[in-house]
Design a protein around this ligand. Structure first.
Ligand code: CA
Length: 219
């Protein structure tokens, strides 16, 4: 999953980026509202963490512009302590959730997992497909209760597919959602990850839809 992190405080931004990357997210970061707006308008994100007090263009305006343009990705806004009116304004501008500074990384991660699974129409933190289960909280994958060991890229591909059972996902969509913007992307590597995943999973679970992409079988 790929996130946009918008925060102008360099210390907090670096800290958050490191925490999010450690949790397995591909992260693009912006430090002003104009950059943030452009990235959110043109790139594919599974969720956005948006500070409201930003240079050049404030966070509320950024959010309103995205929503006016039909950009529907989940957005979590970061608000100042005890500023209830900022929370109301954020939610009314189209935010899906908020966190008050200062906050614990664990809480941010839990809220993001919730937003991402809800956006994909998933209510449970444990995604299941037949005997295969992926726990989004621990990053643990099991097959009939037995642990399946995956590399971080294999996990990212499976995580994305398991959020969308039955949907056809193209290689370019997978590429966009597992790599950050500055990464040297090559959609051929997706084929390699899928090939390796298939060897670890029951046959037929990841279907190839000719000319379109991959689909997780609904079992
Ligand atoms: Ca700020």
């Amino acid at each position: 999953m790929r996130l946009l992190l918008v925060e102008d405080d360099p210390t907090l931004r670096d800290q958050l980026r490191a925490g999010l990357q450690e949790a397995g997210y591909a992260v693009d970061a912006a430090d002003d509202g104009r950059d943030a707006h452009h990235l959110g308008d043109t790139e594919a994100y599974d969720a956005v963490v948006l500070d409201l007090g930003l240079p050049l263009l404030d966070g509320l305006s950024v959010l309103r512009r995205w929503r006016d343009a039909g950009r529907a990705m989940p957005v979590l806004v970061l608000t100042a302590r005890d500023n209830w009116s900022e929370k109301v304004a954020g939610i009314d501008a189209g935010a899906d959730d908020y966190l008050t500074k200062p906050f614990h990384m664990e809480e941010l991660l839990a809220r993001l997992r919730g937003l991402i699974r809800r956006a994909a129409g998933q209510a449970s933190p444990v995604l299941r497909c037949g005997e295969l289960a992926l726990d989004t909280r621990s990053g643990r994958v099991t097959l009939a209760g037995q642990a399946v060991t995956l590399t971080s890229h294999e996990y990212k591909v499976l995580d994305y597919l398991m959020h969308r059972p039955g949907a056809v996902v193209s290689r370019s969509e997978l590429t966009e959602h597992i790599y950050a913007q500055d990464f040297d992307r090559d959609s051929n590597t997706i084929e390699v990850f899928v090939g390796r995943l298939r060897k670890k999973l029951p046959p037929g679970l990841i279907e190839t839809v000719r000319g379109q992409g991959y689909r997780l079988a609904v079992v």
